[in-house]
Design a protein around this ligand. Sequence first.
Ligand code: SAH
Length: 376
Amino acid sequence: MKADADSMTWKTGEHTGVSEHMLLTVEQGKRLIDRLEQKHGLPMAEMTALIDANCPKLRDYVRLKAREIGDRIYGKNIYIRGLIEFTNYCKNDCYYCGIRCSNTKAERYRLSREDIMACCREGKKLGFRTFVLQGGEDPYYTDDCIVDLIHQIRTAFPDCAITLSIGERERESYERFWEAGADRYLLRHETAAESHYQKLHPENLSLKHRKRCLWNLKEIGYQTGCGFMVGSPGQTSEHLAEDFTFIRELQPEMVGIGPFIPHSDTPFAEETQGSMELTLYLLSLLRIQQPDLLLPATTALATIHPRGRELGIEAGANVVMPNLSPVGVRDKYALYDGKVCTGEEAAECRNCLERRMESVGYHIAVGRGDHRNIDF
Ligand code: SAH
């Protein structure tokens, strides 16, 4: 395929993958983006070429389109979720993650039920109507424990959404959590490509099981979030195109993406961090592929750029997830090096985010911030 001056400059740019595929001109790229908008998906080869074509001109093009679509559906509202990182114990050994079980340097902690309830009370006062309980896969919190916790939060905060992000469990467990009153579940698939999944995880973890969990969650009725890291070791543009294909099949309510950031006490300590430009480009493409998605501007994005969250919003994101965990444990939930916002009290975080959103013409919305297709 012919390459014009524009397309030639792309190849010298910030792109991740090795490209032996179609080289697109800017015009061809725009046409593919228009097709993505119309068809809500592209065949693998075209999606791969479009991802490869990441360049300033196409980023501008997708950003404006993504924002227009996002504004049409969600207006200038940005939804907030209060993140409670309640345990950093984990039985898994994912190569990228700072709280992997073989990191003996990680200082482990668990929050008690009373601690968690105190975080929710503080969050409620600050205007949060969604609590996200996230943690490593910690067997200490049995299904019974989690069910009790959900009951307690559900009773004390009937108008709040409860989101779980505690990894892979049996379908029966997910069903029990749902019956107890959990509404949403976040479980990033990490990568939709089998071979890549194996590069990021030890043998006892499988993509097949992770995807099975996601399908179970959807079937049970959870508003479900999947997602992946951008620029994780070994990732190519084909892998990313597979992520888009998987997302098209699953039709999740939320997709969380953020750059991979190395953690110094993991096997990936020396790997390169994911690129902000590619993360922003992919955020926009996700908004275009599936217009009503809830898309967080993640802490990882904020960690690699001082205005990461704002840039994420401008690229099409519409959710932020500030931390409600007690300040004393914040820096212990260290998935990667340099994580921002570990020092401030929840109230400061809330105000800081409000200002940041306003600086780009958006505001934090009150309410649970459900996916627009879910009626309550
Ligand atoms: N145990 C839960 C929560 C995992 S932590 C679960 O399995 O879902 C939440 C997310 O942080 C992970 O899904 C992963 O995508 C991301 N993460 C972990 N290590 C990271 C790193 N080094 N850089 C960027 N993101 C990372």
